[in-house]
Design a binder for this molecule. Structure first.
Ligand code: UDP
Length: 259
């Protein structure tokens, strides 16, 4: 894996956004950390944090704890970048779940990195796998399972994942379910890296179109999401509260010194 050999800093620089730790990494750096974690083999958790997750973590202490002890937390929204900039901190760029998975798929086609897709409606992850295999022949997606299972099915799913021996488990159960699921099972999965990736398989399967680039750049991807999926409204409602908190709180964003 060529990119894994590039040097990465030992301690990942981080900021705290309302007490939620987010690492200041670019897309390239995030992928390099993930590939290094794969080589090291210990079970690691990667979180892709957007503004709604930061807001949920204000009232959900368990979620906040999970994020704050995750091995890598990427800045997955323009809102987070904007909050940092307003408080004098430049974050490199947005690093989203769908972009990370897309990059890992390319690495997989080149190096044999083993990926497992867990989550989304029945059939969606399979459809994403078929599409990706057509675009990237040789990609190693060693298993997939939908994300609508009862608690009593979890032991069987854990066993399936263990037997598939992926290097990276991509979990799309929505926030905060996916973060809690990974936190609960990562020590028994035998998988080096588990990442919460939200609606990634919906996008990669072609069922949901991503917002146009201009909307993403303007930071109004939320508007696209809510017009295409009105169920997103409760998540989107968190965004003005996030913005208001950033504008009115002098200590909204601080550099984390002990990282
Ligand atoms: N999902 C799932 N199981 C659940 C709830 C959600 O597999 O019990 C999936 C859902 O089908 C979708 C993803 O999780 O593919 C969540 O996507 P969304 O864009 O809502 O992600 P978020 O914004 O929460 O990261």
């Amino acid at each position: 894996m060529e990119t894994a050999t590039l040097p990465v800093q030992e301690k990942i620089p981080a900021v705290s956004v309302f007490g939620v730790r987010v690492h200041a990494v670019s897309m390239d750096e995030a992928v390099r950390y993930i590939l290094r974690f794969v080589q090291e083999g210990a079970p690691r958790q990667v979180v892709t944090a957007d503004s709604s997750m930061v807001m949920m973590a204000q009232s959900d202490e368990h979620l906040r704890e999970i994020i704050n002890r995750a091995d890598l937390v990427t800045p997955d929204s323009i809102g987070i970048l904007w909050a940092c900039r307003r408080h004098g901190i430049a974050m490199p760029e947005r690093v989203s779940g769908v972009d990370i998975v897309s990059r890992l798929v390319q690495v997989s086609a080149q190096t044999g990195l083993r990926l497992y897709f867990l989550g989304a409606q029945p059939g969606v992850a399979e459809q994403a796998v078929k599409r990706l295999q057509a675009i990237y022949p040789g990609v190693q997606i060693v298993g997939c399972h939908h994300g609508y299972f009862p608690p009593e099915a979890e032991a069987g799913i854990v066993q399936q994942i263990r037997e598939a021996r992926p290097d990276v488990l991509c979990v799309a159960l929505g926030i905060p379910k996916q973060e809690k699921w990974i936190d609960r099972y990562r020590h028994v999965l035998g998988v080096p890296v588990s990442i919460g990736v939200g609606g990634t398989f919906d996008v990669l399967s072609g069922r949901v179109r991503r917002a146009p680039l201009w909307m993403q750049r303007m930071g109004i991807e939320w508007l696209w999401r809510v017009t295409h999926n009105p169920r997103k409204i409760s998540k989107v409602m968190l965004l003005p509260r996030f913005a208001w908190k950033v504008l009115t709180n002098h200590h909204a964003v601080e550099v984390v010194r002990d990282e």
